[in-house]
Design a protein around this ligand. Structure first.
Ligand code: ADP
Length: 436
């Protein structure tokens, strides 16, 4: 080779390198001024079209988080004319992922490697290069149809490969940056949500405290006049000159005041339970004596409601370790319910028996019963089974208290009920070990 031709060859290579550098610098300059990945991808396609003189360019990015190795995440297309958009065939995407080399097809209808490569008439030539970042395949840059009906050359393939190798990292960076921003936004929103929820919880807690304070102060305030009402009703009842009707009215006043006192005690106890300050005083308690006391206390109420109460006590003495007042309160709540939720036939049976190592008190009624749907909810505070079934008043806290009392005694409360047939509530207390 002559010296001149050597110099000419060197000059051509130098020119080519300079052109490549100009192309890459040009790309870098425009991309630096751009914002989001969509714009960047569009610019890269436009530069690629210009560099290889193509008609239409598509960048297909794969979804790395998907199980399908070539699922498309982003597809961006740019064209120099007004052709219909051409999509990169899924099998070509797979082929490039597998082989990781550029693909040049100048006669797509007669390519032996891909018999069904094109369906569209308009496709004359295809040039695809893989987009790879740190040896990871992220997508494909595809250019369709060399302008002026020419063929793509090896040189075009080389130029497009250089562009692709520079672009892949840029695209990846832009997308990483966007994902980072997205995550930061999500985190910010989450932090705001947490802050909002905390504030809301604090506000609800404050409201709840105010409510409890209000309820317990009002309840306390009600107790004093009720004690006076009961006391004066008792004094009046002992007066020698009152007639029998008046005595009956005084008894009504007394027992209604007592019923109200019980309700207020339930409310106060619930507040104490809520604030975990409810205390129980345990001592030796005879179950049958306690039931007899309750029957005595409620005698008047049973009479007023024409309620028949029967007992079936075990012959044995049942001694338990318990807070007597709490046990009385639990049995009263069950009996009051049995009476309240019985319509025509107000008949209650109280049975005592042992089961496993528990002493059981069962209160059975023939009242309206409880539906299967409600039976598990009736122990929740303020829950009242469908009011369609009954119009009896109540606060929905009686059974919540009974359950709390039973838990404090290491015991339990069970319920068996059938709608329209009646209910049976069973209190089970651990049997006190006999002292040797
Ligand atoms: P209250 O009776 O004040 O509503 P409770 O906590 O004592 O509150 O009872 C909760 C709910 O359980 C009642 O509203 C009622 O629907 C149902 N319930 C309780 N005892 C009986 C019973 N013996 N028969 C039918 N339903 C009952």
């Amino acid at each position: 080779m002559s010296r001149i031709s050597v110099l000419e060859k060197e000059n051509a290579e130098l020119k080519r390198s300079v052109n490549e550098l100009i192309m890459l610098n040009d790309l870098a300059r425009t991309i630096n001024a751009l914002g989001d990945s969509e714009e960047i991808i569009a610019k890269i396609i436009q530069h690629s079209l210009k560099a290889v003189n193509g008609e239409q360019g598509v960048i297909t990015l794969i979804d790395k988080e998907s199980n399908d190795p070539v699922r498309t995440l982003v597809r961006s297309m740019s064209t120099t004319g007004d052709q219909n958009p051409i999509h990169l065939k899924q099998f070509l995407l797979g082929w490039i992922d597998k082989n990781r080399v550029p693909l040049l097809v100048n006669n797509p209808r007669r390519d032996e490697r891909f018999p069904n490569l094109v369906e569209e008439e308009s496709i004359r030539s295809i040039l695809c290069v893989p987009l790879i970042v740190k040896s990871e395949f992220i997508g494909v840059l595809a250019i369709y149809n060399k302008k002026e009906k020419a063929n793509f050359t090896e040189e075009d393939m080389r130029v497009l490969s250089i562009l692709a190798s520079h672009s892949a990292q840029i695209i990846e960076n832009a997308r990483l940056f966007e994902r980072e921003q997205e995550m930061k936004m999500k985190q910010l929103k989450l932090q705001q949500e947490i802050h909002f929820r905390k504030e809301e919880a604090k506000r609800l807690q404050e409201l709840n405290e105010m409510k409890s304070f209000f309820v317990s102060s009002v309840s306390h305030e009600l107790k004093t006049p009720l004690t006076s009402i009961k006391m004066f009703a008792e004094i009046l009842e002992t007066q020698p000159n009152i007639i029998s009707d008046q005595r009956e009215y005084l008894q009504i006043i007394y027992h209604e005041a007592e019923r109200l006192t019980r309700l207020i005690n339930n409310v106060l106890d619930l507040t104490k339970i809520e604030y975990k300050v409810k205390e129980y005083n345990f001592s030796i308690v005879d179950v049958h004596d306690v039931i007899k006391t309750v029957l005595q206390l409620m005698q008047y109420q049973f009479k007023m409601n024409e309620c028949i109460v029967e007992t079936s006590f075990s012959r044995e003495d049942f001694i338990i370790h318990a807070d007597q007042d709490a046990v009385i309160q639990a049995i009263i709540n069950l009996l009051a319910n049995a009476m309240k939720y019985s319509s025509d036939e107000k008949r209650i049976l109280i049975r005592t028996f042992t089961k496993d190592s528990f002493v059981c008190i069962r209160v059975e009624d023939r009242g309206i019963g409880i539906s299967e749907e409600d039976v598990h909810k009736i122990f929740d505070p303020f829950y009242r089974a469908s009011l369609k079934q009954h119009s009896a008043g109540g606060a929905g806290i009686g059974l919540t208290l009974v359950q709390h009392i039973m838990n404090a005694h290491n015991g339990k409360i069970d319920v068996g009920s059938k709608l329209g047939e009646g209910s049976a509530f069973t209190l089970s207390f651990p049997l006190k070990e006999r002292e040797a």
